[in-house]
Design a protein around this ligand. Structure first.
Ligand code: ADP
Ligand code: MG
Length: 330
């Protein structure tokens, strides 16, 4: 139990936890003890490493306050499964720390429904959490596993490696731009809105990239920013072919090519995987991922030096106005 109590009269804290448990129920091997005790007890297979990550979504910061609760539940888990995917991990368990302004049954039911939909799709069991009163904020901890030594990391990109990205870039940032400048969520096309509200964690792609990718990261803060982390961790630089960036049809309809390119380079919330591998294997791996149901596009190369540069067709450096999302900056 957390210190701040749920203040609403609709549900007690424990009724609320029960509702979440019912709506997310499912079985998964390895849960020796799930929700209901002081901590969960989870069986780990021998020869595997536990992969752990956590991410918080704050209302009005990570999602618009009028986002349907089911989408918030989905996204809170999705952003964590995306981190596991970037490590090449198989997702297994999640913990959910929920801070709610009111113990509102309808909110909790819808939230848990969205969370459960994605959890079931990936065989993830909700094994614990915390529930407290306060401004709406959700922290999910996701646990997965990899064969010992097989995790993908940000370090390991080599000069000469190709840089690839799954799916399309810029859609979520495009949706946010339209929602905040063109009249709210109602003004955004369904295809773009879905990319912002219900991102697809690239779990199958992450698994397929084990033993193949030299480095991997998920694009949560924007391609330039996140690829920059790969460069720092790997001690290399990167060049992006701005015209090769994969843009969705929906994005192209609503934004001109220059804006689309900017959104793809610096917009956040895409949750695609950006990864590197020896250039000679790029075509083969695009085929492999296609087989796993995930498109991938070659967008550039790893070079000697440091930092990320995006180049247009004439080799001129493209400089977006923003470099990616960062908390605490201005
Ligand atoms: P404690 O006081 O020992 O921390 P709690 O009363 O907070 O335990 O929680 C009781 C049980 O319910 C624990 O197993 C905890 O993991 C689980 N739990 C609490 N909140 C949530 C939540 N939002 N989602 C899932 N499980 C939860
Ligand atoms: Mg306890």
């Amino acid at each position: 139990m957390a210190r701040g109590r749920i203040t609403g009269t609709a549900l007690s804290e424990f009724a609320l936890i029960d509702r979440i448990r019912e709506r997310t129920a499912g079985t998964r091997r390895g849960v020796a003890l799930g929700i209901g005790d002081d901590a969960a007890l989870l069986d780990l297979a021998p020869g595997r490493q536990l992969v752990a990550c956590t991410d918080t979504l704050v209302a009005g910061v990570h999602f618009l306050v009028d986002t349907p609760p089911a989408h918030v539940g989905w996204k809170a888990l999705a952003v964590n499964l995306s981190d596991l995917a970037a490590m090449g991990a198989e997702p297994a368990w999640a913990l959910l720390a929920l801070t709610l302004p009111q113990a509102d049954a309808a909110f909790v039911d819808q939230f848990a429904g969205g969370f459960a939909e994605l959890a079931r799709a990936h065989g993830v069991a909700l094994v614990g959490g915390d529930t407290t009163g306060g401004p709406l904020s959700i922290t999910v901890t996701a646990l997965g596993n990899v064969p010992t030594g097989a995790a993908l990391t940000r370090a390991g990109a080599h000069v000469g490696d190709a840089i690839l990205v799954t799916g399309t870039l810029g859609d979520a940032a495009g949706a946010l731009r339209l929602a905040t400048t063109a009249g709210g969520r109602m003004a955004v096309d369904a295809a773009l809105l879905a990319r912002m509200d219900r991102p697809t964690p690239r779990v199958a792609a992450g698994l397929a990239l084990r033993g193949v990718a030299t480095a991997c990261i998920d694009v949560s803060d924007g391609l330039l920013a996140d690829l920059g982390h790969v460069c720092v961790a790997s001690g290399v630089g990167a060049e992006i072919d701005a015209d090769a960036l994969p843009l969705s049809a929906a994005l192209r309809v609503r934004f001109d090519p220059v804006e689309g390119r900017e959104l793809a380079l610096s917009g956040g919330d895409d949750y695609e995987l950006c990864f590197t591998l020896p250039g000679g294997r790029a075509a083969e791996v695009v085929g492999l991922l296609d087989h796993a149901g995930c498109a991938a596009t070659r967008i550039g190369r790893i070079v000697a030096g440091a930092g990320v540069r995006a180049l247009d067709a004439r080799g001129k450096v493209v400089t977006p106005r923003h470099m990616g999302w960062e908390h605490f900056s201005q």
